[in-house]
Design a protein around this ligand. Structure first.
Ligand code: CMX
Length: 434
């Protein structure tokens, strides 16, 4: 059976032709009207990126190459005795648009395992990093330091034809995904435990090995990781981590530097760090309402968050207008594996109350929960209680979504990204506004 690289390479000529034909037919047609509010308003709703892996529908949520999360769960290959899809298969799907066979995914898992060794200087840097430096800052340091391994940067320095860029970006992307769990596990074990990372096993899948490296040996935790790493991969192109990786990559910075840039964006509280924020917010809620807290207390806590000018973490979205299907997938997992866990019950209670309270504020366009409202509670149940680490897990998964597009960007020969900006003076002048 063809490998991932062969499958992608085989699909490429047709894809490039399709883009060429589409542009020849409609390249100068108007896509939409843009308004000044879009420019001042964080470009909401402005179509200005190509992103092949996924498209987000405001009502239905994410579709990965056209497949919903339940469809992905059903169709992607699974580990033996597992009911969760393997994120390795998701990477395959996002890059090629095709559902891989079980044998293809097994071969990819083995290939990632074979590429997973870290250069010594990266472990050295992490060993000398202060423990109180945020785990996401440590991750960004380490991914930048992995630049030494970039075959793209080396080949470019030697002199590389544009048509060959993608091959090296592909190799770097696989190496990066392969090395990330070890980097992430070193950070976790250094900051919160004894600094020792368990050995991996070439016969296990990526998530089972990563679980072992973190120090969690139960099959159920590996199941959680398989789901977690699959659903956090990709959320179309405009979110900050995806957009940043793509933007920096357009300068022909290596995949390492591009991904590190994306991770810096994921580290913000309005994006990936919301999963950490949610946990802090929930634990505080638990403390405030005590053992006998009811609906009225949760409502009061929500109102207090809002009236103090803060956001309710884990709720709202720039594009979604319904409950995030990534939230629903995690809820299903909790209902199956931890239905009586008190913190899950609290999350469910907030889900019953928060949308109504948030909807009272007219400016909030989406009162429903997003992915980050649920992930921390699942980790808490299995003992991974260190909240400041949560965004690192999101980052490991996000690499599976943004790197396929980086490969595609170079395979399509997309140019340096360089939109036009205006000053307020210039806009006022345009509208003859005084
Ligand atoms: N709590 C309080 N206020 C909220 C809110 C929330 N959960 N969600 C939106 N709002 C506010 C915004 O802060 C904004 O207020 P101002 O006009 O005073 O600045 C107003 O409502 C309009 O915002 P919006 O158009 O509904 O949402 P945006 O597209 O601007 O922002 C998001 C989207 C996710 C940043 C926002 O909903 C938010 O801050 N949510 C909490 C943080 C969070 O969960 N982030 C994770 C998102 C998923 C991810 O990237 O991982």
């Amino acid at each position: 059976e063809p490998t991932l690289k062969e499958t992608f390479a085989a699909s490429l000529p047709h894809k490039i032709e399709q883009v060429k034909a589409l542009r020849a037919a409609h390249g100068e047609d108007k896509l939409q009207e843009t308004t000044m509010n879009m420019v001042y308003g964080g470009q909401r709703g402005m179509i200005n990126l190509i992103w092949e892996g996924s498209v987000l529908d405001p009502e239905e949520g994410i579709k990965f190459r056209g497949y919903s999360i339940p469809e992905i769960s059903e169709k992607l290959p699974k580990a033996p005795n597992s009911s969760q899809p393997l994120p390795e298969g998701m990477f395959w799907l996002l890059l090629t648009g095709e559902i891989p066979t079980a044998a293809q995914v097994k071969a990819l898992s083995a290939e990632l395992h074979a590429r997973s060794t870290l250069p010594e200087h990266v472990s050295e840097i992490l060993a000398h990093t202060p423990k109180d430096l945020h785990p996401m800052a440590q991750l960004c340091l380490a991914v930048n330091a992995l630049e030494s391994e970039s075959s793209f940067a080396k080949a470019y320095d030697r002199g590389l034809a544009k048509s060959d860029y993608w091959q090296y970006v592909f190799e770097d992307s696989l190496d990066l995904i392969a090395k990330l769990p070890t980097v992430a596990a070193i950070i976790y074990r250094n900051v919160f435990h004894d600094g020792v990372v368990a050995a991996t096993d070439a016969n296990l899948d990526y998530s089972a090995n990563f679980s072992k490296q973190l120090g969690y040996n139960s099959e159920e935790f590996a199941e959680l990781m398989r789901m977690y790493l699959t659903i956090h991969t990709d959320h179309e192109g405009g979110n900050v981590s995806a957009h940043t990786t793509h933007l920096v990559g357009s300068t022909l910075s290596s995949p390492y530097l591009s991904l590190a840039a994306g991770f810096n964006g994921l580290a913000g509280p309005l994006h990936g760090k919301a999963n950490q924020e949610v946990l802090g917010w929930l634990l505080k809620l638990k403390e405030v309402i005590g053992a006998n807290g009811g609906k009225a207390e949760v409502e009061a806590y929500l109102r207090e968050t809002l009236s103090s000018g803060r956001v309710v973490p884990g709720y709202g979205h720039a594009v979604l207008r319904k409950t995030d299907p990534r939230y629903s997938a995690q809820r299903l997992f909790a209902q199956k594996h931890l239905p009586d866990f008190p913190l899950f019950k609290l999350v469910s209670q907030v889900y019953e109350i928060a949308p109504k309270i948030l909807a009272e504020k007219q400016k909030i366009k989406n009162p429903w929960p997003n992915v980050d409202a649920h992930s921390g509670v699942l980790l808490q149940y299995y003992g991974l209680t260190e909240q400041s680490y949560y965004t690192v897990l999101f980052a490991v998964s996000r690499a599976f979504g943004v790197l396929p597009q980086l490969i595609i960007d170079r395979a399509y020969g997309l140019p340096l990204e360089r939109p036009k900006s205006f000053s307020t003076e210039k806009l006022a002048e345009k509208f003859k506004f005084k």
